[in-house]
Design a protein around this ligand. Structure first.
Ligand code: SF4
Ligand code: SF4
Length: 350
């Protein structure tokens, strides 16, 4: 099959309905004036015209709480992994959230492999939707380079008027599109339309940071002791929302729950947050990151410095969720721009 195809909007719901053969369908739908990823029971519920959902779709491949194993204490100590995974289609994912999936992949596919994540992720089909207008003042996707499709999906859809151009990016995608007479080959006029839409986009989407990504690494290498961290720490209330909504935050805790009969129990994995007071406390009462300034600094370094050293990629996708959700109005773009300004001043000796 060609790498590009097209589908008319009048046939779109027909295709969506046919996706149930490939697993449960999840996608964005409206809820209380915002959008959330939810199971789509009726394809009319799906709404592709949305700004970032409250939570990223990570809850489907890295659930907030999942059962890892059942254990028995009596009569013998045994443990059995709980591994129930199903095929599913994650539909209508923005390019920033696809970048988040790529970050998670890098983390959970390193040794030792994370079996639960991989089992889920390998059963997932990702269908992206290209954003044609910026979400809002909180997003920083342009500076992170994630406002355009850059792989990491099976299918990418771009709205070019009365039809969608489909980028076919995997064998799984081919199987989903095969034998559907209403999915047609692209002709050169369609590619022209796609190029025109992308050119128009370049004019609308503007860089949010005052410096380039290449400058950021130097900024974060030098400003570990900046006063800016004190200011951010003073305003932060330590709620942990910024990490819960972040598509690249993957810290978790493991919890054993013993049944009342004291004979057996369940082991869970739950999302955790570096913004929680006890996150870096260890036996003996030592705290490696006391205070909110140190914890906020750590959050930023986990996006802009440490993952570059370890994985050669930034772990901020630019979705803007942390800034959008923060009740203390701590804004990631403002923080990064303040750091860039300070770094430039230090460099020229002001
Ligand atoms: S959401 Fe805001 S207030 Fe809450 S922990 Fe994050 S930065 Fe602090
Ligand atoms: S740090 Fe903020 S803007 Fe960046 S990926 Fe996480 S939630 Fe999105």
């Amino acid at each position: 099959m060609e790498r590009y195809a097209k589908i008319s909007k009048k046939d779109f719901n027909r295709w969506l309905e046919s996706l149930e053969d490939h697993g449960k369908l999840y996608g964005p739908k409206k809820k209380d004036g915002r959008h959330v990823f939810r199971p789509i029971k009726d394809v009319k519920e799906l709404d592709l015209n949305y700004i970032s959902t409250i939570l990223p779709p990570k809850k489907y491949y890295f659930p907030q709480k999942e059962r890892l194993l059942k254990f028995k204490i009596k009569p013998f100590k045994t443990a059995k992994a709980i591994r129930k995974f199903e095929e599913f289609v994650l539909f209508g994912v923005h390019t920033c959230d696809i970048a988040g999936i790529q970050c998670m992949d890098v983390v959970f596919r390193q040794e030792p492999l994370d079996a639960n994540y991989i089992n889920r992720k390998d059963r997932m089909t990702t269908v992206g939707i290209e954003c044609l207008t910026p979400c809002d003042k909180y997003a920083n996707c342009v500076s992170m380079g994630n406002h355009v499709p850059k792989g990491g999906y099976d299918i990418m859809l771009t709205d070019v008027g009365n039809k969608y151009i489909i980028h076919i990016n995997s064998a799984k995608a081919e199987s989903i599109l095969r034998q559907r007479s209403y999915i047609k080959k692209c002709i050169s006029a369609d590619r022209y339309l796609l190029d025109a839409v992308r050119k128009k986009k370049e004019k609308i989407f503007k860089e949010e940071f005052i410096g380039r990504l290449t400058e950021l690494y130097a900024v974060f290498s030098k400003l570990y002791d900046s006063e800016i961290w004190k200011d951010v720490g003073k305003r932060c209330v330590g709620c942990g929302n910024c990490t819960a909504v972040c598509p690249t935050c993957y810290c978790f805790d493991v919890l054993d729950e013993v049944s009342l009969n004291l004979n057996d129990g369940l082991r869970y994995r739950l999302w955790n947050s570096c913004q929680m007071d006890d996150f870096a406390k260890v036996a003996g009462g030592e705290d490696f990151r006391p205070g909110r300034s140190a914890r906020q600094r750590h959050r930023y370094y986990r996006k802009f410095k440490y993952p570059i050293d370890k994985f050669s990629r930034y772990f901020c996708t630019g979705c803007g969720r942390c800034s959008r959700t923060c009740m203390a109005e701590i804004n990631l773009t403002e923080t990064v721009n303040s750091l860039i300004r300070e770094h430039r001043n230090v460099s020229i000796g002001i």
